[in-house]
Design a protein around this ligand. Sequence first.
Ligand code: B1M
Length: 215
Amino acid sequence: LPLDERLKRRIIDGERNGLEADLDAALTQRSALAIINDTLLEGMKVVGELFGSGQMQLPFVLQSAEVMKTAVAYLEPHMDKADDAGKGRIVLATVKGDVHDIGKNLVDIILSNNGYDVVNIGIKQPISAILEAAEQHGADAIGMSGLLVKSTVIMKENLQEMITRGVAERWPVLLGGAALTRAYVEDDLRSLYPGQVHYARDAFEGLSLMDRVMT
Ligand code: B1M
C-alpha cells in the first residue's frame, strides 16, 4: 500500500507495529498537522462508519483510538509553535458521562501551540468541576467537548446551571464535538443563554474563536 493508505489502515485496523517508521516517512513529505487532518482523521472517520453500521465491535474501536492517540503524541513535537505565549487561559473538559477525548486533546494541542494556556481537566467532568477549575485557574474561557447525542443535552444543562449560579456572563463558552450542530448551538442554546456561547466545528475554529473572544 502507498504510505498514506497504509497510515490510514493502521488507524482502521488498530495496528501500531511500524507506526513510528511510517510517521517518520510521512513527515519528510508533509507537516504533522496535514498528516493528522488528511490521513489519520480520515481513518477515524471510517472507524466511526464501521462501528455505526455494526461492522466493527467496540474493543476494535478502542484499539483504533489508542493508535490514533499514539500517532498524535508522536507527531506533537513536530508541530509548528507560535512564539506568542500568554494569549489567554481556557479550561477544557469532556462533559459528564462522555469518555471521548481525542478531539478535545487535539483542541488542547492546537490552542497550546498557538499561545493559549490550556487547563485540560479530562473526561466525564460535571459542570461543578468545570466551574471550579475555571475559578481556580483564573480562566478566560470554558471549552466543553462531547461526542454523544446525550452530551448535547448535558451541555444545555451546563449552560442552565451557569445561569442559575449567576456566572453566565463571566466566561465565554466554546462547544465542540461530532454530535453538535451549528444550528443547535447558535439558535437553540444562544436563545436561552445570556452569555457568549460559540460552536467550533474543529480545533481550528476553536482557535479562531479564542482569538475573537480574547480581543
Ligand atoms: Co464512541 N461513539 N462510543 N468511542 N466513538 C461515537 C461518538 C459514535 C458516533 C460512533 C457511531 O455510532 N458511529 C457513537 C455516538 C452515537 C450517539 O450518541 N448518537 C459512539 C458510541 C455509541 C459510543 C459508546 C456509547 C459505545 C458503547 O459503549 N456501546 C461508548 C460511549 C462511552 C461514553 O462516552 N460513556 C463509546 C466509546 C468509544 C471508545 C472508548 C471506544 C472510543 C473513544 C476513545 C477516546 O476518545 N479516548 C470511541 C470512538 C473512537 C468513537 C468514534 C469512532 C471516533 C471519535 C473520534 O475520536 N473522532 C466516534 C465516531 C464519530 O465521531 N463519528 C464514536 C476523531 C476526533 C478528532 O473527532 O472528537 O469529533 P471529534 O473532534 C473534532 C471536532 O468534533 C472538534 O474538533 C475535532 C477535530 O478538530 N471538537 C471540538 C471536538 N471537541 C471540541 C471542543 C472544542 C472545539 C472543537 O472546543 C471546546
